[in-house]
Design a protein around this ligand. Sequence first.
Ligand code: SAM
Length: 215
Amino acid sequence: MTTPDAETKMQFLFALRSRGVTDTAVLEAMESVDRGLFLRGIFADRAYEDVPLPIACGQTISQPSVVGLMTQALQVSPRDTVLEIGTGSGYQAAILAKLARRVYTIERYNRLVHEARKVFQTLRLPNITSLVGDGSHGLPDQAPFDRIIVTAAAEDPPGPLLAQLKVGGIMVVPVGQSDAVQTLIRVRKTEFGLEYDELRPVRFVPLLEGLGKDT
Ligand code: SAM
């Protein structure tokens, strides 16, 4: 993978805008993080296509426009502490790290965490803490969070994650059965309770219990 040329980057940003990613800070963050660093072999050459691609452990790096739309929906500010469930390649966490004060990201495969950490170091992103674990329980030690993003599909927004969201906080999570099209939901926690918005149809791998067996 070579660094993308100006034409490739322009087409990438054009594709993101045409699919609804319009927030300038999100677009700048996505322009500054080379997706090719999170991919291996032949897939690195396809980094600037707006498609999900395979990574290790049978998992996927999400489609860039979906990463952009989820990040935009999260409305991250530079003061925020963000929790991500499902590190995968680390691409989404790197985008968040450009926008937030601190990012905690949890992944059930040790191998993916190990590989993502190397890229975070290459990109000099010291505000990411990446952990191996079952993220459906959240990270009670560091709670509450300003923002929570789940990048795997849950049948319902996980209760422990809702409990770890600050009042005034936002959580974005794909909800639905793993073998079907799911709905991306935004949850806002107010002093009066939880408000739910249905954003768009999406397709994600399932949020699974326990640790993954590295392959
Ligand atoms: N955010 C990722 C990226 O930028 O590459 C893409 C995430 S991929 C679509 C979903 C990830 O969620 C997979 O790596 C999967 O192993 C992970 N996952 C599924 N269930 C999990 C759980 N309970 N805790 C932590 N990670 C989980």
